[in-house]
Ligand binder design. Structure first.
Ligand SMILES: Nc1nc2c(c(=O)[nH]1)N[C@H]1C(S)=C(S)[C@@H](COP(=O)(O)OP(=O)(O)OC[C@H]3O[C@@H](n4cnc5c(N)ncnc54)[C@H](O)[C@@H]3O)O[C@H]1N2
Ligand code: MOO
Length: 417
C-alpha cells in the first residue's frame, strides 16, 4: 500500500493549469486571475465627503466656533463642484460621496449643525481633514492589488469594477466528465432484483461543480469492454478531465481498470492507498487528459474525490490553495482501532464548542457503502493507524462543509436605546 501523501503528490504532478483566456468581468465569477492586476487610476478618483453635511474651510474657525455661516451652494454625489470656491465664513451643503468644492478643509456632519434659513451654525469645532475621503485612499495608481491566482470573489469583482476593468485574463474553467460503471446500475422505474440506483454519478457531478469545474454527466456504462472503450474515448475527446467510478478493484468484472490501462498505452497507475475508505484508486492520462478512476463504493468515491480530484481541479483552475482547511478538534467519544496499516478517514460531525474551539463526533456507521454517514458529516477525521484515543483527545479533521452550531457570536455592545 502507498502512503496517501505519495499518491496525492503523484496525481498533482500530472495535472496542469488550464490555459488562460480573456473574458468579461461578468463572466469571470469564481475564476482565478491569470495575471496580476496593477492599478492604473486611483480609487476613489477624487477627494470626497464621507458624510452628509457642510463643507467648510479652517480659516472660518481661526478663533474658535464661528458665527452662523452663509450656505452658498449644494453639491450632490455625481456633481462637479470645480467652479465653486469655499471662503471663510461660508459653508457648502454636501452629500456623501460628492467631490469636495475647492477650498474645503473639513466636512461637518449634519448632526453637528443647526440650519436656520440660509445660514448654518456649526455646533462642534471641526478638525482639519475631518470626514474627508482622499483620492487613492482605497487603492492608488501603481499598486499591485491582486496577484496571479486570486479568485474573483464578489469583493474582488467589485474592486475590479471600481478600477474600470471590464475584461480579465483568467484560467479557463475545466470541463470535467463524470461516468459511472457497473451492470448493477439501473434507471428503470422499478428496480429489478440485483440492481441498484446510481448514486455516484449525481454526487460526483455536484462535487465536480462545487470544486469550480463545469461538470458533464456522461451517463453510466455496463461492465462491457467495448462500451467502456467507446465511452472513455468519447469522454476524453470532449473533456479536460474525466472522473469514473467503479471497477478499479479486483473483481471478475472490473473491466474499467483494463480498458483505462489499454487506452492510456499502459500508462495507468493502480494504487492501493494506505487509507480507509478509498483504498483502490487509479490515475493516468488518456490522450493527455487526466482520468481519475475512483472506487465504486459510494463513500469511497466521495472520499477519493476529496483527496485526489478536488485538489486537481483546483490546480487546473489556477489557485495555489489546493486543499481544504485541516483543523484540530476535541473528540467527544473514544476511538480504538486495531492496526491495519491505514490512515482512517472517519466521517464526523464538527461543531463549535462555544469557547472558540471545535469538537468532533464520528458518525455511528463507518461502512464505505453507508452514504448517509457521509451526507450527515461535515468533516473527515484523520485518525492514524491503530489509534487509541479517549474523549478529550485532539484529532485532525478536514472541514468539508459548514461547521455545526454556527451561531454568530458578537462581542457585548452597549446601546443607548
Ligand atoms: N477481494 C477484494 N475485494 C474488494 C477489495 C479488495 O481489496 N479485495 N476492495 C474493496 C474496496 S475497499 C472497495 S472501495 C471496492 C472498490 O471496488 P470497485 O471500484 O471495483 O467498484 P465496484 O466493484 O464496481 O463496486 C463496489 C461497490 O460499489 C457499488 N457501486 C458501484 N458503482 C456505483 C454507483 N455508481 N452508485 C452506487 N453504488 C455503486 C457497487 O454496487 C458495489 O457495491 O472493492 C472492494 N472489494
Ligand atoms: O476502501 Mo473501500 O474504498 O473501503 O470501501
Amino acid at each position: 500500500m502507498k502512503p496517501l501523501q505519495e499518491v496525492i503528490d503523484h496525481t498533482l504532478a500530472n495535472i496542469e493549469r488550464m490555459p488562460e483566456l480573456s473574458t468579461t468581468l461578468g463572466e469571470a465569477s469564481g475564476l482565478f486571475l491569470a495575471h496580476p492586476i496593477v492599478v492604473e487610476n486611483p480609487v476613489p478618483p477624487f477627494d470626497n465627503t464621507a458624510v452628509d453635511g457642510f463643507a467648510v474651510c479652517m480659516e472660518t474657525f481661526a478663533t474658535g466656533i464661528a458665527e452662523d455661516l452663509n450656505v452658498v451652494a449644494t453639491v450632490a454625489a455625481g456633481d462637479d463642484p470645480s467652479h465653486l470656491r469655499l471662503r471663510s465664513g461660508e459653508a457648502i451643503r454636501i452629500m456623501t460621496g460628492a467631490p469636495l468644492p475647492p477650498g474645503t478643509d473639513a466636512v461637518v456632519m449634519i448632526e453637528d449643525t443647526l440650519l436656520q434659513g440660509e445660514k448654518v451654525k456649526v455646533l462642534r469645532l471641526p478638525t482639519l481633514g475631518a470626514n474627508i475621503r482622499r483620492r487613492g485612499s482605497d487603492v492608488d495608481a501603481g499598486e499591485h492589488i491582486f496577484e496571479t491566482g486570486t479568485r474573483i470573489t464578489p469583493a474582488v469583482k467589485g474592486v475590479l469594477a471600481s478600477l474600470s476593468v471590464t475584461h480579465v485574463a483568467v484560467f479557463r474553467r475545466p470541463i470535467v466528465g463524470v461516468i459511472s460503471t457497473g451492470d448493477e446500475l439501473s434507471d428503470d422505474p422499478i428496480l429489478a432484483p440485483g440492481k441498484i440506483r446510481d448514486s455516484n454519478r449525481p454526487s460526483l457531478y455536484d462535487a465536480v461543480a462545487a470544486a469550480g469545474a463545469t461538470a458533464v454527466d456522461l451517463g453510466s456504462v455496463g461492465d462491457d469492454p467495448d462500451q467502456l472503450r467507446a465511452a472513455f474515448t468519447h469522454a476524453v475527446a470532449s473533456c479536460d478531465a474525466l472522473v469514473t467510478s467503479g471497477g478499479v478493484s479486483v473483481g471478475d468484472f472490473d473491466y474499467t481498470k483494463a480498458v483505462l490501462d489499454e487506452l492510456s498505452d499502459n500508462q495507468f497507475t493502480w494504487f492501493q492507498v494506505a487509507i480507509k475508505p478509498a483504498k483502490p484508486y487509479a490515475f493516468g492520462r488518456i490522450a493527455g487528459v487526466p482520468v481519475f478512476g475512483l472506487p465504486g463504493n459510494p463513500v469511497s468515491a466521495l472520499v477519493s474525490f476529496e483527496l485526489f480530484v478536488r485538489p486537481s481541479i483546483r490546480k487546473m483552475l489556477g489557485t495555489p490553495r489546493l486543499f481544504r482547511p485541516t483543523m484540530r478538534a476535541t473528540l467527544t467519544v473514544a476511538i480504538n482501532h486495531q492496526p491495519d496499516g491505514k490512515l482512517h478517514l472517519l466521517r464526523g460531525v464538527v461543531e463549535t464548542d462555544g469557547h472558540g474551539g471545535l469538537i468532533v463526533t464520528p458518525q455511528g456507521h463507518q461502512g464505505s457503502h453507508v452514504l448517509t454517514g457521509m451526507a450527515q458529516a461535515n468533516g473527515l477525521m484523520l485518525v492514524p493507524d491503530g489509534a487509541h484515543l479517549k474523549p478529550g483527545d485532539a484529532t485532525d479533521v478536514i472541514i468539508v462543509e459548514e461547521l455545526g452550531n454556527p451561531t454568530l457570536t458578537l462581542p457585548h455592545t452597549k446601546t443607548d436605546g
